[in-house]
Design a protein around this ligand. Structure first.
Ligand code: CTP
Ligand code: CA
Length: 228
């Protein structure tokens, strides 16, 4: 589908998309990061704009130009991403968490650069990060403040994709979970993706290998169908 040929079925809707991968500082010059390029999140933002939505794109460490028509908030750490997503989610109809969020961060971030000495290096102790997607779903379930009508997550699974994905969808309490098939040169940094979209209370939707824009459109089709 060309961008101009899309339905305007998200007109008047506010959506939040997170993209990229968070970085957790070890010291002022080093971080723990991941391989997310942000391409899938940017495809989601671009296609949502084309379908008429008002889009806030929360971008973590993405080396891509801002998509036209979206409000872009650039962040680095999981704490930054959480603050930006939760703040934008308060007035959003839908949130799609496409970002790869670090599960752990160094427990202590040194203010000075770690220096190499003749001794063996100290281990880096990690602590858990908050789960932003679960937090959004918990807030909605508990009726704590305004909450998005549709909440979607992404998951990259390597084995037993359907069983792992189903368990994750239930655990998080979200409406949609896009389960990426990793491997075979798919997902990270490539223009193509292949996925199964798990739907709470519905049948899974298989999306064959194809451009990330196509997967984005399937996600927005499912989001639009769930918006009242
Ligand atoms: N996510 C999040 N906050 C985190 C970790 C993940 O909001 N601290 C979101 C991701 O943006 C994604 C979804 O949760 O949309 C699933 O991420 P994933 O890493 O697959 O799930 P985890 O619960 O972290 O499980 P695991 O990594 O152990 O498979
Ligand atoms: Ca994780």
């Amino acid at each position: 589908r060309v961008l101009a040929g899309r339905p305007r079925d998200l007109a008047g809707r506010r959506v939040v998309v997170s993209a990229g991968g968070t970085r957790e500082a070890i010291d002022p010059v080093r971080f723990i990061g991941n391989r997310s390029s942000g391409l899938q999140g940017y495809a989601l933002a671009r296609t949502a704009v084309a379908r008429g939505a008002e889009v806030t794109l929360v971008a973590a460490n993405v080396a891509l130009p801002d998509p036209a028509g979206a409000t872009v908030v650039r962040v680095e750490s999981t704490a930054d991403l959480r603050a930006a997503v939760l703040s934008a989610a308060g007035t959003a109809d839908a949130v799609v968490m496409a970002a790869a969020v670090a599960d752990f961060r160094p427990a202590a971030r040194g203010d000075s650069k770690i220096k190499k000495t003749s001794a063996e290096p100290e281990p880096i102790h990690l602590t858990k990060n908050p789960d932003i997607l679960a937090e959004l779903c918990d807030r909605r379930r508990e009726g704590r403040g305004p909450a998005p009508e549709v909440i979607a997550g992404f998951a990259a699974e390597t084995d037993d994709i359907l069983a792992n994905g189903r368990a994750k969808l239930a655990r998080k309490g979200c409406d949609l979970l896009v389960v990426n098939q990793v491997g075979e040169n798919l997902a990270f940094g490539t223009p193509d993706n292949a996925a199964v979209v798990l739907v709470a209370g519905g049948d899974p939707v298989e999306v064959p290998r194809g451009p990330k824009d196509d997967l984005a459109d399937v996600v927005w089709d499912l989001v639009a169908a769930r918006l009242g």
